[in-house]
Write a protein of this length. Structure first.
Ligand SMILES: [Zn+2]
Lengths: 474, 486
């Protein structure tokens, strides 16, 4: 029997607000343990939470970007469970009345573009971190992360393949980064993903029993974990066995998922409205103000790149895959107005080098102005395209300007006709036999002479002039 | 009259006129505490040295007595309000060592007004109780009869005021915890509208019900103390940003022509007949003062106890989850593992009633029970609020007893939680509705136990209930004995 995977994702994104969601403590990552804490985020008796409005604003941004309906009145709820990294014994989250519901995003799949529905987006606070002592049976708690704002984005079970899941995740990350509300770094945990997955016979409607997958801290791991889980569930179903509803952890090292807890051990979180916080009231004006401040989103930008810069769809897709890259492209085009040429250089030379070094465009030493300057030099015949590539290598590793490198290494094209003429004379004198053959009709040898001239000038001779003079002389 | 017997406003007047130094006043209370606290157990912590130092600042002229009516006035604070650098135990073993790094907003306000803190008062553990018997540090006793309870949960504050161990005190009221002990001890106690006083620094029992309020020797003192603590606080999202009227000024207006409602549900079978009689006499006094008395109904009153004992424990079960032995407070020394540490710390750190309510609340919020209990109780709560809103269409304020019975014997009800819960029947509805209420002494039973008259008003109409209480008090002032047992 053919089975169809049904996948839904729950994505947590850490918001880039300066202070925590319910107190004034800094959200900066990497401080000494427990230095970004106060009575409120430590859950001290008598302390009370006060909502940071920027968190609401950031969440509205994401809700608008994903076409969600924003609730006029929403509410915080307490999720009750005991864990040492949770100082109050409950997490302030949203349950019955989330801030946003019923949205969608569009992703590219092998079956063409698909709309993935978003069930809800809600706000909540992050928990702290346990640090286990390496030498003693002791654990320490770092509460710096406690109260850092998160949004949880819950999709409907609309994803059908692990590749779909990965491109949905990438789409969310791209959007979060465009909105400048989350840095989307899965390895560092500022974006986290849990997956729900079940299988059903192709052509049937009823959903099968699902498992929940956790602990996948990269796009690759999400895809691999889903692939594994599909194989595991299919094997069970083919043997006529039943799937157990449970939570499973992805084990990267062993490439497998392992059972963490079954349905019976599932927590009863005893959600109820948090009486310490009043309802969040969002009026049309607020929504419109946020809508007005939204940056151009990936879809719109892609369209514009194709229209205004006359780029092919593939180029537009690649260049808008991150806001920083799109900004880079536009900055370069501003200085050197040949978009397709800029695009070619970014997509081939620049992205290849970055990929080799596993770097983002943010970590690139070559500024868009420097790249534009290099292209200008080619355009003005100051250097050849071939030499430009080696100049670019130098620019990429040192961050120096093209002009500086060209000056230092004397790479400027030789355009002095008499200089080229004398080199050509030399070449013709040294290769009498080939000259005879050429004049005898073996025209293919023209390239040979060009090559010899270039070799003698270390590639600096202007190719157009070399051609012209050679023709004359021969 | 002895210094310690003076009301806050009389004492302040003597201080301002320099007929008395602040140090003398503080000493007078400290001596009284030394003599009687052993019998009463009203204070858990006495701040003798700190109080004398503060007094000295006034007597040295470093602080000004005329700045506020609380300047130089010695007060007591219920041990559920955070005091920076001073242990705040909440009457619980689990917080035996807890020293908050900050002041509650109300404490800060009193401090700014120049009040002097004599100490922290006894209470039912985490404010859960109606008798003060649930304190981990032993019961507080009623100054009118040492065999009886002072009421709860603010029993220590009420007893301290009644026995003149302070000039006035702060208590907290979640379901009657200011009004009922005030009535049991024959003093004035006011629970403000929910949102009138900041809860920041009030260690939460039931967050949607808790309010801080004054317990004082007379109504004018209650107005003064409320004035100091009322108002919006950025640090408490549930505090309400609306102007605070001049409560003391509002007392002057006579109550002639006011419509006072008598809810029939507050006079039920099984009540102590002396209580009924005292309240009836008080109603007659108000009529004599020119108020119009109207009979009316608060039809959902009967469901108040049931709704309250779901909502309050539900919130408590969550509020008290933070006492897990991880960060502060009591932790068992030799737990096997994490779960064992949680269980043993909580089993040994909490008292019986607190554990009972955590169990009740956990159950009420559990999957499959939430709709039948918590959600239903919340709906009932809305109906009870509607009752009050409808009643206040027909009258300006309500008159009722505070408690169906006067102070009972220590141990009399402690084995029967249901009996104990039912004694809150007349104070719970106002808490659920969030409306303000005041308890003012209205006579005695045959056994010389005080009885309280409860005056309830519309949201944010504290000045109205203070006014009714004030004029009633003025009309009956000469019938005020002091506790004889001391
Ligand atoms: Zn903080």
């Amino acid at each position: 029997m053919e089975y169809e995977p049904i996948i839904g994702l729950e994505v947590h994104a850490q918001l880039l607000t300066r202070s925590k969601i319910f107190c004034g403590c800094s959200t900066t990552f990497g401080a000494l343990p427990n230095t970004h804490t106060c009575p409120v985020c430590l859950g001290m008796p008598g302390s009370l939470p006060v909502l940071n409005e920027n968190v609401v604003e950031f969440t509205i941004r994401m809700a608008l970007a994903t076409h969600c309906q924003i609730a006029a009145i929403s509410q915080f709820a307490r999720k009750n469970y005991f864990y040492p990294d949770l100082p109050k014994g409950y997490q302030i989250s949203q349950y019955e009345l989330p801030l946003a519901e019923k949205g969608w995003v569009e992703i590219e799949t092998q079956r063409g573009p698909q709309r993935i529905r978003i069930n809800r987006i809600h706000m909540e606070e992050d928990a702290g971190k346990l640090i286990h002592d390496e030498f003693q049976p002791v654990s320490h708690v770092d509460f710096n992360r406690t109260g850092v704002p998160l949004i949880e984005i819950v999709s409907e079970p609309d994803l059908r393949t692990p590749e779909d899941a990965a491109s949905y995740l990438k789409m969310l990350r791209e959007t979060l980064r465009y909105l400048e509300i989350c840095d989307g770094n899965m390895e560092e945990g500022s974006m986290r993903c849990d997956a729900n997955i079940s299988l059903r016979p192709v052509g049937t409607e009823r959903l099968g029993t699902k498992t929940e997958l956790k602990n996948m801290n990269s796009f690759r791991n999400v895809q691999r974990a889903l692939e594994f889980e599909i194989r595991r569930q299919r094997a069970l179903l083919e043997k006529g066995e039943t799937i157990i509803q449970e939570t499973r952890l992805w084990d990267t090292g062993r490439n497998t998922t392992v059972s963490m807890r079954g349905k019976e051990e599932a927590h009863d979180y005893r959600y109820f409205p948090d009486p310490d916080l009043v309802a969040i009231v969002i009026d049309e004006q607020w929504i419109e103000r946020v809508r007005g401040s939204l940056p151009e989103l990936p879809d719109a930008k892609r369209e514009r790149f194709m229209r205004d810069y006359e780029l092919p769809p593939y180029d537009a897709q690649v260049l808008t895959s991150s806001k920083a890259l799109a900004d880079y492209f536009e900055a370069a085009v501003q200085r050197f107005a040949q978009p397709k040429l800029v695009s070619n250089w970014i997509m081939s030379e620049l992205l290849r080098e970055l990929k080799k070094d596993e770097k983002d465009i943010e970590g690139c030493q070559v500024t868009p102005q420097q790249l534009a300057e290099l292209l200008e030099l080619i355009d003005k015949d100051i250097i050849s395209g071939k030499i430009a590539k080696s100049v670019f290598q130098e620019m990429y590793t040192t961050g120096r300007s093209a002009a500086g490198i060209i000056d230092d290494q004397g790479l400027k094209q030789v355009k002095d006709e008499s200089a080229i003429e004398s080199v050509i004379d030399e070449v013709l004198a040294e290769n009498n036999k080939e000259v005879e053959l050429f004049r005898g009709g073996k025209e293919k040898l023209f390239g040979f002479f060009v090559g010899q001239v270039m070799k003698k000038t270390k590639g600096k001779a202007n190719p157009k002039l070399v051609n012209e003079i050679l023709r004359k002389k021969l | 009259m002895e210094i310690f017997s003076l009301t806050m406003h009389d004492l302040h007047e003597l201080l301002v006129r320099r007929e008395l130094s602040v140090t003398e006043a503080v000493r007078s209370f400290l001596e009284r505490i030394q003599t009687f606290n052993g019998k009463l157990n009203a204070y858990l912590t006495v701040l003798a040295e700190q109080a004398l130092q503060e007094a000295d600042r006034f007597d040295n002229g470093k602080k000004d007595l005329t700045e506020s009516p609380l300047a130089g006035v010695p007060l007591a604070i219920k041990d559920v309000l955070c005091t920076r650098g001073i242990r705040t135990s909440c009457g619980s073993r689990i917080l035996q060592q807890f020293v908050p790094p900050f002041d509650a907003t109300a404490v800060e306000a009193l401090h700014r007004a120049g009040a002097i803190f004599l100490g922290k008062t006894n209470m039912d553990e985490f404010a859960m109780g109606s008798s003060n018997e649930n304190s981990a540090y032993g019961p507080c006793r009623n100054p009118w009869d040492l065999e009886r309870v002072p009421g709860g949960s603010s029993g220590g504050s009420a007893a301290a005021v009644a026995a003149d161990l302070c000039a006035g005190a702060l208590g907290t009221d979640t379901g009657g915890s200011i009004r009922q002990p005030a009535s049991f001890c024959g003093v004035v106690g006011l629970k403000p509208t929910y949102g009138r006083v900041s809860r920041f620094g009030l260690v939460a029992f039931a967050s949607s019900l808790d309010q801080i309020g004054p317990i004082t020797k007379d109504v004018e003192d209650a107005a003064i103390l409320l004035q100091a603590v009322a108002g919006y606080d950025r640090r408490d999202s549930t505090s309400v940003d609306r102007p605070v009227p001049d409560y003391r000024e509002a007392l002057r207006t006579p109550i002639e022509g006011l419509k006072l409602g008598i809810p029939q549900e507050y006079f039920i079978d099984g009540m102590n007949p002396d209580v009924v009689q005292a309240v009836q006499r008080a109603i007659q006094t108000c009529r004599d003062l020119g108020a119009e008395i109207v009979d009316l109904s608060l039809p959902h009153t009967d469901y108040g106890v049931a709704a309250y004992y779901i909502i309050a424990p539900a919130e408590a079960s969550s509020n008290l989850a933070r006492y897990d032995g991880v960060k502060y407070g009591f932790r068992v020394p030799d737990a096997k593992d994490l779960m064992d540490m949680y269980c043993q710390s909580r089993v040994n750190g909490f008292g019986f009633e607190v554990k009972r309510r955590i169990m009740l609340g956990t159950y009420a919020l559990s999957a499959g029970y939430y709709d039948a209990y918590y959600r239903k109780a919340s709906q009932v709560r809305s109906l009870i609020k509607q009752d009050f809103l409808a009643a206040f269409e027909k009258c300006d304020a309500l008159l009722a007893p505070v408690s169906p019975v006067p102070a009972f014997k220590i141990g009399e009800k402690s084995d029967d939680p249901l009996q104990m819960y039912l004694s809150d029947v007349f104070t719970l509805p106002a808490s659920l509705a969030g409306v303000p209420g005041i308890s003012v002494p209205c006579g005695f039973t045959a056994e010389q136990l005080p009885v309280g008259l409860q005056i309830l008003g519309p949201h944010f109409q504290e000045e109205l209930i203070l006014r009714v209480a004030f004029h009633y008090e003025q009309a009956t002032r000469d019938q005020r004995p002091k506790p004889a047992v001391l």
